[in-house]
Design a protein around this ligand. Structure first.
Ligand code: GLU
Length: 312
């Protein structure tokens, strides 16, 4: 059962109030500019969607505007890799918080090329390697998978962001070559990076993102298509790692104040899983010092607090 107050109008009103309150406060933070194509996004954009397991999607603001999902794509990549690799995946990537910035390289050297978890860049590049090795066209497989989950053929990558990521991807290349030197990357580094940049460049709206991830709130079954996307055990595992590592170096604080598995991206999007209920997806481009969207964080915190959504 959905926890939003009864009645369509009332549900939209709850999100509308939360959205208006976020817009009403000064917008702290800065749009990511280390990928130059992201710097040109309008910082005043702000949207939120709550997709429920019953198939309703409640929205406010710019919830239908596609944005760069960036690191949120790491969730889709991980699900595909877990489907293909099974438990072998966990020989090559860990499940511990890193306590380091998402693109840090130092820990990777100390730990012999085994990334701490699949949600830091090194971990997602490792996951990309497994996809490149297991699919004849990993990019096409990835895109088809996400489109099917979102029920949206329109979802696509942004070519300008892809070119910008590729041009400014030296640090990600360094992470990939370091892992290759430890024998933990099997495919050609160029192919692995091409897949990684491709998935980061995907654009989706809050509505599409929330809909696509519903299976994580439903023990692995997408409620709209009845497709079993993961086993209940893998849905549990993904949510567990999201809880400890999905919000960069603010994951502990997010668990403390919100209490939901969640993933953030430097495009300003955040998705939060509400087990047994649905998925919240919020977006606004300006980021705090941890790389999390200031307004998306405010909206999700407020919604989870008002509706008592914490899993703890
Ligand atoms: N494409 C970005 C990078 O590789 C993703 C970062 C993020 O959203 O956390 O740096």
């Amino acid at each position: 059962m959905s926890v939003l107050p009864d009645g369509e109008a009332c549900r939209e009103q709850t999100l509308g109030e939360i959205h208006a309150a976020a817009l009403g406060q000064p917008c702290d933070g800065q749009v990511a500019d280390y990928i130059p194509a992201l710097a040109s996004v309008d910082a005043s954009r702000c949207g939120i969607a709550f997709a429920t397991l019953e198939g309703e999607v409640h929205v406010a603001g710019d919830a239908d505007m596609p944005f760069s999902i960036q690191s949120i794509s790491k969730v889709f990549g991980l699900v595909l890799a877990m489907q293909r690799m099974g438990d072998d995946l966990w020989q090559r990537v860990g499940m511990e918080p890193s306590g380091q910035p998402f693109n840090s390289i130092v820990q990777l050297e100390w730990e012999h090329g085994i990334p701490r978890n699949p949600f830091i860049n090194a971990g997602a590049i490792l996951v990309a390697d497994t996809l490149v090795s297991h699919f004849s066209s990993s990019r096409q497989a990835f895109l088809s998978f996400v489109r099917r989950l979102a029920g949206c053929e329109r979802c696509d990558i942004n070519e300008e962001v892809l070119a910008s990521e590729t041009r400014h991807g030296s640090r990600n290349a360094a992470l990939a070559y370091l892992m290759k030197s430890f024998g933990n990357i099997e495919a050609e580094v160029e192919d692995v990076l091409a897949h990684y940049f491709f998935q980061c460049s995907l654009e989706m709206s809050c509505r599409e993102l929330a809909t696509s991830l519903l299976f994580l709130a439903n023990r692995g079954v997408h409620p709209l298509s009845a497709e079993r996307v993961t086993t209940p055990r893998d849905a549990h595992r993904i949510n567990a790692i999201l809880s400890t590592s999905g919000m960069y170096d603010q994951s502990g604080q997010f668990a403390f104040s919100v209490g939901l598995p969640a993933k953030s991206g430097v495009g300003g999007g955040i998705v939060a899983i509400v087990p047994g209920q649905g998925i919240i997806s919020a977006w606004s481009p300006a980021l705090n010092q941890h790389g999390n969207s200031t307004r998306a964080l405010k909206m999700i915190t407020e919604l989870a607090g008002r509706l008592g959504l914490s899993i703890y």
